[in-house]
Every structure is written in structure tokens, then in C-alpha cells.
Design a protein around this ligand. Structure first.
Ligand code: NAP
Length: 500
């Protein structure tokens, strides 16, 4: 294992010296992983001994691979962020090995390439199609590339339902113990998502009200403006529920709803998250239509530009949902009776992710008279694109109040982008890759969380089948089928659709 080094305010403990990126020629690696590793190098966070090997099916030598990564850095890092000296140093760390998972000899070749450096720790990052996770682990194990000085990170999705996720987790467990497994949900690498824990547990203000006595409901929205975007083979048959809710949105829900962990450590945080996921009330045929809506976009306009419908992009009719809204309940003491409305979709009017906490109204208003009455407080946490939060509070409008006190709702608005304007916003993967090298699993998803999330998502798929729920069309550039508005409005609430 690597030695202890101190760089700036960071202390790198036992940071692994070799990273192997499987799927190194793919989109995620080129667009996110290599630019993130470059940024870590630029900040002095990769020790001089760190080597990065790419592995994929393409037949490339080291030089051709370096050229490919150099081009990826040029395309995907903002102008001015590339420094010629750092770039040369970074490219120098890179090597490449052709590995087709169906060819056992290729793994021998990888083992030879890593050589004695294995003793200083190897982290494997699987950025391949998920169907390859199990075969890659088997291939690594066969050539002795698993064991105490190794770790494995893998992208979502882990399986496509509970049984298949269990199979993947079991296959990975053949090569790696759970504390060596880093399941990536890149939302957890985002500053604003980590900030949820600081907001809740670093301030006295909110936690006493953070329960069914103080909160009326919670909304979580992840809206995209993009459509299928070439993901045809992956997306159709998967849909928004599996693609977005099972992972990113349930992770957000878990962070909003969890009990305070005893410490900010992997076991404490993940123990509390999994309890939330296990408290999710399953949907069934009786609640499928009242507690969920699935939709699919048809042609319309986004950002003023005409766009085709999903079936037209796909070239055939499909029952895959590109929009889903779910009313979730947590059957536990803290959240009894508080709905969590989750909503995500493609081809919505704007790209944004946000969490809205709707507090309860005051029990009795002492004010009467002019203007609007008392509005209940509302906390809006903006995750992207403009990170920040605003808290709506009631104030008195200035005046002599001859006809009664005039009330006005105003916003306490904090822009995190502005508050930390001088600091570079890091790519979520920078944080996750650094944590992987250092062996900190706090921001990675444990096997039991994945399985609890699939258990709930499977209940919705089953409920849709038993109740015969079909996709409802919505026009691209709108907020999904009107049934989604109906679902929340029946409870006397409405979706937050504010511009950012
Ligand atoms: P991709 O562009 O299709 O790349 C797949 C990579 O896997 C390529 O490097 C490919 O190598 C390699 N590969 C395919 N078959 C192989 C085989 N039999 N043996 C060895 N290598 C093989 O996929 P991606 O978009 O980067 O996605 C990678 C992973 O990240 C997936 O699990 C995906 O679900 C997840 N993910 C991606 C994104 C994203 O934004 N792209 C976001 C979230 C999660 P060759 O090209 O050399 O054949």
C-alpha cells in the first residue's frame, strides 16, 4: 500500500498506486473519468507513483491510447484549465491493455502489465456495460488480481431488478469483500447532495421540525430537457423508474429522510440510509393509479426548438416511460403520513434538480385583515444547475396597518454558487475517484441499499402490470402528463415549477 503523504490541506492515507479503468475507450471514461483524474493530478492529489491503466476491447497501444485521452481532455475540460506540463505528466502515467472479457489470456496480459505494483494497491473502475461486471470480476480473480490490496468500483445500474442485482452483488463478492466494493451513484459526489447532510446535521435550526409534526410533504424533482440522445439500445425497456428513481432519486430521498447517523462514516451513514429504503411502502394494484403516473413524451418544443416524440426517435411504438411521478410513503415513526412526491422525466421544460420541503402551517393565525393570509414555510434546495437554497418566510409589509396587518411572503435566498464564487466546482467524479483511491466508502452505495431500492421499484413495476397501467402521453417541453398534477393536487398540494 502507498505511504502517508501530506499535500496541502489533504492528507492521503494509504492511497492506492494503480487505477485500472475498464471501458476506458467509452463515453463515461473519456468525458468524466479522465478529465477528473487530470484535475486531481493538477491539484497535486495523485502521488508521483500513481499509474493509470486503461482497458477495453479496442486494439490500441499505449501511445494511441494516450493520444485518445489527450483529445478527450482537450474536448471535455474548460479552456484555461489545461496546463501543458500537467497534461504531459498526466499522459505519462497512462498505459493501455486490450482486454476482451471473453478472452481469459487478456487478463493475464493485464496482470503482467500491473506487475509488482499490485502490492501498492490496485483500484479497478468498471465503466463497462453492466452485463460485464460479473465476468470482469471473474477474469480478475482468475489471474490473482483480487485480494486484500485491491478495490473495485462500478457504475450503475446494478442489475435490473432485485434478483438480478443480487446476482451481480454475489458475483462481485466472489472477488471482493463488501468494504472493497465501491458502487458509484455520481449524485453522491455532488457538493449540493453532500450538503444535504450538513444542512440537516450541521444546523440546529431544521432538525426539530424535520418530521411529520413539522413537515406537510416533500417533493423531489429531477428534470431533464434531453430526449433519447442515442441511448436507444440502453433506454428502451428500462425507463425512468429504473434509470433515475431506483438510484439517484432514492439516494436523495434517503439523505432527506434518514435519522442522524452517529458519525460521518461509511457504516453509520449507510446504516441509516438503508433503514429509510426499507421503510418505503410498496405499491400494489390498488395504489398503482393513485400513487404513480408514467408518461412518454410526444413531439413538442424544448427551449424553443421543435423536437420529435420518443416513439419517432425510437422508430417504433413502445410502452417505456420517459416520465414517472410517484407518491411514496415511509412507514416509520418520523415520517408517518408525510408523502414524498418524486418526479423525473425527459423532455421537460428545463433541466433542474431540486428538493422542496413544505412545512406545515402555523396552528392558528393571529392575523386577519388585508391581503393574502399566512403561507406555510417552504425550504427549496436547488441541486442543479444553480446550487443554493431558499426559505420562504412570512413578514409584515411596511405600513400603518389601518385595515389589519398586511402579510407578505419573502425569500431568504442563498446562492451557493455566489457564496463560494472563488472556488472551482469539482466534477462529482473527482471526489469519488479520490475516495476510491483512499478507500472511503461513505459516498458509495452498499449492496443492501441497492437491494432495498430494487425491492420497492419492483413493487411499482409489478403494480403497473397487475393494474394494467400504461404510459400517458405528454407534449415535449411540458411538465409531464396532467395526471401527475392530478396526483398531487388531490392531496391539496401542487408541484413546484419555479424558474431557476
Ligand atoms: P460505452 O460508451 O458504451 O463504453 C463501454 C466501454 O466498455 C467501452 O470502452 C468498450 O470498449 C468496453 N467494452 C464493451 N464490451 C466489452 C468487452 N466485451 N470486453 C471489454 N470491454 C468492453 O458506455 P458508457 O456510456 O461509457 O457507460 C459505461 C458504464 O457507465 C455503464 O455501466 C453505464 O451504465 C454507466 N453510466 C454511464 C453514464 C454516461 O454518462 N455515459 C452515466 C451513468 C452511468 P470498446 O469501445 O473498446 O469496445
Amino acid at each position: 500500500m502507498g505511504t502517508v503523504r501530506e499535500i496541502g490541506s489533504f492528507e492521503l492515507l494509504q492511497s492506492f498506486a494503480t487505477i485500472v479503468i475498464f471501458g476506458a475507450t467509452g463515453d463515461l471514461a473519456q468525458r468524466m473519468l479522465f478529465p477528473s483524474l487530470y484535475n486531481l493530478d493538477a491539484d497535486g492529489l495523485l502521488g508521483t507513483e500513481v499509474r493509470i491503466h486503461g482497458a477495453a476491447r479496442s486494439k490500441l497501444d499505449d501511445a494511441a491510447f494516450r493520444d485518445q485521452v489527450a483529445a478527450a481532455l482537450d474536448s471535455h475540460l474548460p479552456e484555461g484549465q489545461l496546463d501543458a506540463t500537467v497534461k504531459a505528466r498526466f499522459l505519462d502515467r497512462l498505459g493501455y491493455c486490450t482486454v476482451d472479457v471473453d478472452t481469459p489470456a487478456d487478463f493475464e496480459c493485464l496482470a503482467a502489465k500491473i506487475g509488482p505494483a499490485k502490492g501498492a494497491g490496485v483500484a479497478f473502475y468498471l465503466s463497462t456495460p453492466p452485463s460485464l461486471f460479473a465476468p470482469v470480476v471473474a477474469g480478475l480473480k482468475a489471474v490473482g488480481l483480487t485480494g486484500p490490496a485491491t478495490r473495485v468500483a462500478m457504475e450503475k445500474p446494478i442489475g435490473h431488478d432485485l434478483p438480478s442485482s443480487r446476482e451481480v452483488n454475489a458475483a462481485v463478492a466472489h472477488g471482493f469483500d463488501e468494504d472493497q466494493v465501491f458502487r458509484v451513484d455520481h449524485y453522491l459526489g455532488k457538493e449540493t447532495v453532500q450538503n444535504l447532510l450538513v444542512l440537516r446535521f450541521g444546523n440546529m435550526l431544521f432538525e426539530p421540525l424535520w418530521n411529520s409534526q413539522g413537515i406537510e410533504h416533500v417533493q423531489i424533482t429531477v428534470a431533464e430537457t434531453v430526449g433519447l440522445e442515442g441511448r436507444v439500445s440502453y433506454y428502451d425497456g428500462v425507463g425512468s423508474l429504473s434509470d433515475m428513481v431506483q438510484n439517484h432519486m432514492l439516494q436523495l430521498l434517503a439523505l432527506v429522510a434518514m435519522e442522524p447517523p452517529a458519525s460521518y462514516t461509511a457504516t453509520a451513514v449507510r446504516d441509516e440510509k438503508v433503514k429509510v429504503l426499507r421503510s418505503l411502502r410498496p405499491l400494489d394494484a390498488a395504489t398503482a393509479n393513485t400513487h404513480s403516473v408514467k408518461g412518454q413524451y410526444r413531439s413538442g418544443a424544448v427551449d424553443g426548438k421543435p423536437v420529435a416524440g420518443y416513439a419517432d426517435e425510437l422508430g417504433k411504438a413502445s410502452d417505456t416511460e420517459t416520465f414517472v411521478a410517484v407518491k411514496a410513503h415511509l412507514d416509520n415513526w418520523r415520517w408517518k403520513g408525510v408523502p414524498f412526491y418524486l418526479r423525473t422525466g425527459k423532455r421537460l421544460p428545463m433541466r433542474h434538480s431540486e428538493i422542496l420541503i413544505q412545512f406545515k402551517p402555523v396552528p392558528h393565525s393571529i392575523f386577519s385583515g388585508r391581503g393574502p393570509g399566512l403561507e406555510a414555510n417552504c425550504l427549496l434546495i436547488r441541486l442543479q444547475p444553480n446550487e443554493g437554497m431558499s426559505l420562504s418566510i412570512m413578514t409584515k409589509e411596511p405600513g400603518l396597518d389601518r385595515g389589519g396587518v398586511a402579510l407578505r411572503e419573502v425569500e431568504l435566498d442563498v446562492s451557493l454558487t455566489a457564496a463560494f464564487a472563488g472556488q472551482r466546482r469539482r466534477i462529482a467524479y473527482e471526489r469519488l475517484l479520490l475516495d476510491l483511491m483512499e478507500g472511503d466508502t461513505t459516498l458509495f452505495v452498499r449492496a443492501d441499499e441497492i437491494e432495498a431500492a430494487w425491492t420497492w421499484v419492483d413493487s411499482i413495476h409489478d403494480a403497473w402490470t397487475s393494474a394494467g397501467v400504461i404510459v400517458k402521453p405528454y407534449t415535449a417541453g411540458t411538465w409531464g402528463p396532467s395526471a401527475s398534477m392530478g396526483m398531487i393536487e388531490r392531496d391539496g398540494a401542487s408541484w413546484h415549477e419555479g424558474a431557476q
